[in-house]
Design a protein around this ligand. Structure first.
Ligand code: ATP
Length: 275
């Protein structure tokens, strides 16, 4: 732990950095290039704008740089060249705390605290009242489920308590984000397969959560982004196709191939147990 504390902080606030006051929630990436190691760029000249309240989706093969876009916007790392702006302000010039306060993240895998389910939801806004927590849980479609737990909202969850399924954990993350009510939402879609009903429920809660918020989704299931305002197809850190779903299908490029493959997999019979 002491070694860890001695590690130099990679991202530091600029001297005199002020807080970011998000008004509309416009996100801009201007010619952003970035590598975790200097010798290998993971993102190359990425440029896009997400207007207030709109949704942009990032798709592409594993390792193409999708999650890195999200990490840069959350400022876990600083860009090599180019700039990232929120409402016209370069995120390098504001405090990290204020930036992260304005952004809600629903990660692939939500970590639960060894505490009550109520605490885990309330973490989105510690000052939230019980009524706020229940409302957020309803919005995330998990309230009724919580009421079936042995001690309701006081049930201990996490490693040493009730284990929640992947879908339930993601709904806890959605409830947290609803409580936090940020202007900007970053959503890293879970790769793990969910059953169709769970997926539909989660999709409904996600749609409700993202409505009227500026949203960036890292998508694995293309069915979830058919209505995105723009889809960016990444390959080896570059945007190789961009546009709405119908446009990209018409292009008959990589997106259209990915779409065909997902449809085939959906229609394929389940793998035989004998093989
Ligand atoms: P996936 O769909 O599998 O989540 P992705 O498109 O989100 O992939 P990224 O996680 O953005 O891909 O990774 C892009 C590239 O950067 C990959 O080659 C990956 O190996 C590399 N990478 C990611 N994180 C780090 C890190 N912390 N240090 C070094 N390289 C990294």
């Amino acid at each position: 732990m002491f070694d860890l504390m001695k590690e130099e902080q990679e991202v530091i606030d600029a001297p005199g950095a002020g807080p970011l006051a998000v008004r509309k929630g416009t996100i801009e990436f201007n010619n952003v290039s970035f590598g975790y190691m200097p010798e290998r760029l993971v993102l190359k000249n990425i440029t896009f704008t997400v207007p207030p309240g709109q949704t942009i989706a990032l798709v592409g093969p594993s390792g193409s740089g999708k999650s890195t876009v999200i990490r840069l916007l959350f400022r876990f790392y600083d860009v090599e060249s180019g700039s990232i702006l929120v409402d016209g302000i370069n995120i390098k010039t504001v405090t990290q705390e204020s930036l992260r306060r304005s952004i809600g993240v629903v990660p692939q895998d939500t970590v639960l605290f060894n505490n009550t389910i109520k605490y885990n939801i309330q973490y989105g806004r510690i000052s939230a009242t019980d009524a706020d927590v229940y409302q957020a849980a309803r919005g995330a479609d998990i309230h009724d489920r919580v009421l079936t737990f042995p001690d309701g909202y006081d049930t201990q969850v996490g490693e040493r308590g009730l284990r929640l399924s992947g879908g339930e954990k993601q709904r806890v993350a959605i409830a947290r984000t609803l409580l936090k009510a940020p202007q900007i939402i970053l959503l890293d879609e879970a790769t793990s397969a969910l059953d169709t009903q769970t997926e539909r429920n989660i999709q409904d809660s996600l749609n409700k959560m993202c409505a009227n918020h500026t949203t960036i989704i890292v998508a694995h299931r293309l069915s979830t982004i058919i209505h995105a305002d723009e889809i960016l197809v990444l390959k080896d850190g570059e945007i190789i196709e961009r546009g709405r779903h119908e446009h990209l299908i018409g292009q008959e490029g990589m997106y259209a191939d990915m779409w065909k493959r997902q449809l085939e997999n959906r229609d394929a019979p389940p793998p035989s147990l004998e093989n």
